[in-house]
Design a binder for this molecule. Structure first.
Ligand code: RB5
Length: 142
């Protein structure tokens, strides 16, 4: 199960991503927001982050205008590794190396076509499991 969330700037891209996940047969829960009315991105970043940190949701996808504010907010929650990605190389590397559990996207930066490819790359790439990467992830939590 995937948790998705956004602020007003990310709303339209979140809708695209939700449709894409459904088309792929992937289950998701939408933590809002639900329109382009102005809201505060930390609320939605943290909602998704808590959902993922409890272990109830395997991964999260969060979107704001730049992806920066919402990823900073999500990363305040212990156990969350939110990665802001604007390309598929980073999306693949952050799964392989960082075992990132939340993907952050900037809707004002990354177009919908590329964003969907980034989503697929993130969701389809497993953690490498290599010892050096596990060690570094453990160091993050210290
Ligand atoms: C909203 O205008 C914008 O500040 C927000 O979506 C995000 O880009 C913040 O980092």
């Amino acid at each position: 199960m995937i948790a998705i969330g956004c602020d007003h700037a990310g709303f339209e891209l979140k809708e695209e991503i939700a449709k894409h996940l459904a088309k792929r047969g992937l289950q998701y829960e939408d933590f809002g927001c639900y329109s382009t009315d102005s809201v505060d991105y930390p609320i939605y970043g943290k909602k998704v982050a808590h959902a993922v940190a409890t272990g109830e949701y395997e991964k999260g996808i969060i979107i704001c205008g730049t992806g920066i504010g919402i990823s900073i907010s999500a990363n305040k929650v212990v156990g969350v590794r939110a990665a802001l990605c604007g390309d598929c190389f980073s999306a693949e590397a952050t799964r392989l190396h960082n075992d990132a559990n939340i993907l952050a996207l900037g809707a004002r930066v990354t177009g919908p076509g590329l964003a969907l490819k980034i989503v697929d790359t993130f969701l389809d790439t497993p953690f490498s499991g290599e010892e050096r990467h596990r060690r570094r992830i453990d160091l993050i939590e210290e």
